[in-house]
Design a binder for this molecule. Structure first.
Ligand code: SF4
Length: 200
């Protein structure tokens, strides 16, 4: 049985990557929330993204895991943008909550993750990226905090992307080798090894 549930944000300190349309969709979602509730106790979501980006910009996946900086969308243990979360988050599912906590604490443990979730996420993302490339659009993967900071800072970047420009290029990451799974990242990062690919 899957262990993931509301209130467990253990994996929400991993580096998240996403495609451009996911980032632009999430930027729209954030703007809507900020316009509706600009003075909540949370403050502006766009501001949370900018602050997080200052801390995480340029760090690779192992450095991010060691930093353990929570995603800017974790509030009281829950993801406040859950309906619009990226594919990377949807495809990461664990069978062992304790192992997740231990891995994030730097312990060298194997985290049993759901292979079907990873496979399905990979299939959907590959299909999406193929379609984007075929349409002449930038189809790379981008680090979520930096990509969102760029998209929120200048809404014209979405139009530029739709015109075929790689308007999120500063946030672009090296593409992960095919078939590398989250479990590898957990274990390799825990023992300080070289990056094992991307968590996304
Ligand atoms: S977007 Fe949501 S699910 Fe994904 S890392 Fe951030 S808080 Fe976690």
């Amino acid at each position: 049985m899957l262990a993931c549930e509301k209130g467990c944000p253990s994996c929400c300190a991993l580096r998240v990557t996403a495609t451009a349309p996911e980032i632009f969709l999430l930027a729209r979602y954030i703007r809507q929330i900020d316009q509706r509730a600009p003075r909540t106790a949370l403050g502006l979501l766009s501001r949370r993204v900018q602050l997080a980006n200052r801390t995480t910009r340029g760090l690779d996946e192992v450095e991010r895991m060691k930093l353990r900086e929570p995603c800017p969308f974790v509030v009281r243990g829950a993801c406040i943008i859950h309906p619009a979360r990226p594919l990377a988050c949807r495809g990461h599912a664990s069978f062992d909550r304790r192992a997740c906590s231990q891995a994030m604490a730097g312990r060298d443990v194997d985290v049993p993750v759901s292979a079907p979730h990873i496979a399905l996420r990979g299939l959907i993302q590959d299909a999406l990226r193929s379609a984007l490339a075929e349409a002449g659009l930038a189809a790379d993967l981008y680090e979520l905090n930096q990509g969102l900071a760029l998209a929120l800072d200048d809404p014209a970047r979405e139009r530029a992307w739709r015109d075929g420009k790689d308007s999120l290029a500063p946030a672009r990451i090296e593409q992960p080798p095919a078939g590398q799974a989250n479990a590898m990242l957990w274990s390799r990062a825990a023992d300080g090894g070289a990056p094992a690919g991307d968590e996304s």
